[in-house]
Design a protein around this ligand. Structure first.
Ligand code: C2E
Ligand code: MG
Ligand code: MG
Ligand code: MG
Length: 275
């Protein structure tokens, strides 16, 4: 059994590959019932001021415990849920649970929720957000939705209309993993976003790579000029925190300040050590 790919390339299915395909199909099918079976949980990771370490809010990160396989990474199951359409009900569960949990937090904390491009492209998305905010009582100003750069830049007009409807509710929009997509300068000119999250790869390499450092500085300056808040992702070392602080990043997130956990903590572990 062989499959043709691209320019006459022939891919043979080895026994191992067939097993992987079967597993993928099984996971995809199990995802359909995972909401009903209550197999999802949200974890929360703090987003802090890199200068004072005070907490602005938390990003909600989805965790799936499969009944047979145990924990499955979102990097593995989110693409499967997008392919099968299961992302619709899953994304709705995430948004609802995140808003519900955040409504019990201190009122100065926001929650950031990842939204898939597929979910966003439904014309009903702004109405869904409005309904969940009303049901949970979370003020719109305390919700941020995170979208990847590719999701925002593709189908620009259609997406911009939906994002503007969401922003009209008072919800903030963040562009996630910034720097990994292919946004041209013409797109950056009119971004319907309030926050840019710089991808971890730039933060990680800034210490050792002058070009990464230059890109970070440039993004921070662009953020100030466009009145877009800048958050650095994946901060693991004090030196990386110092870099973000020096270039004037508004926010920072990473294992240095706290890993994703099922419950929010009143302070970051780093701040607890410092005081
Ligand atoms: P993301 O939105 O960019 O989330 C940040 C990822 O980086 C998370 O991985 C987080 O655990 C990890 N991270 C945070 N700090 C550090 C650090 O200091 N070092 C390292 N090495 N990693 C760090 P996670 O939880 O595995 O999620 C992976 C991706 O899956 C997310 O990337 C997001 O794109 C997607 N995802 C997660 N939850 C959801 C969800 O509810 N809906 C959708 N549509 N996508 C989700
Ligand atoms: Mg995110
Ligand atoms: Mg990210
Ligand atoms: Mg990411």
């Amino acid at each position: 059994e062989a499959k043709r790919r691209g320019r006459g390339q022939v891919v043979r299915f080895t026994p191992g590959m067939r097993e992987a395909d079967r597993q993928r199909a099984q996971l995809e099918s199990d995802l359909q019932s995972a909401v009903e079976r209550d197999e999802f949980r949200l974890h929360f990771q703090p987003i802090v001021n890199p200068e004072t370490l005070s907490i602005f809010g938390y990003e909600a990160l989805l965790r799936w415990t499969h009944p047979m396989r145990g924990p499955v990474s979102p990097a593995e199951f989110i693409p499967l849920a997008e392919a099968s359409g299961a992302i619709g009900p899953i994304g709705e569960w995430v948004l609802k649970d995140a808003c519900l949990k955040a409504s019990a937090w201190p009122s100065d904390l926001y929650v950031a929720v990842n939204v898939s491009a597929l979910q966003l492209r439904s014309a009903r998305f702004p109405a869904l957000v409005a309904r969940i905010l009303a049901e949970t009582g979370l003020p719109p100003q305390r919700l941020t939705i995170e979208l990847t750069e590719t999701a925002i830049v593709a189908n620009h007009d259609e997406v911009a209309a939906i994002l503007n409807a969401v922003r009209a509710l008072g919800v903030r929009v963040a562009m996630d993993d910034f720097g990994t997509g292919f946004s041209s300068l013409s797109h950056l000119r009119r971004l319907p976003v309030d926050v840019i999250k710089i991808d971890r790869s730039f933060v990680t390499s800034a210490e050792i790579d002058r070009n990464s450092m230059a890109v970070l500085k440039g993004i921070a300056q662009m953020g100030r000029d466009m009145e877009i808040a800048i958050v650095g992702e994946g901060v693991e070392t004090p030196a990386q925190r110092d870099i973000l602080r020096r270039i004037g990043c508004d926010g920072a997130q990473g294992y240095l300040f706290g890993k994703p956990t099922p419950f929010v903590l009143p302070t970051t572990p780093m701040l607890a050590r410092a005081v």
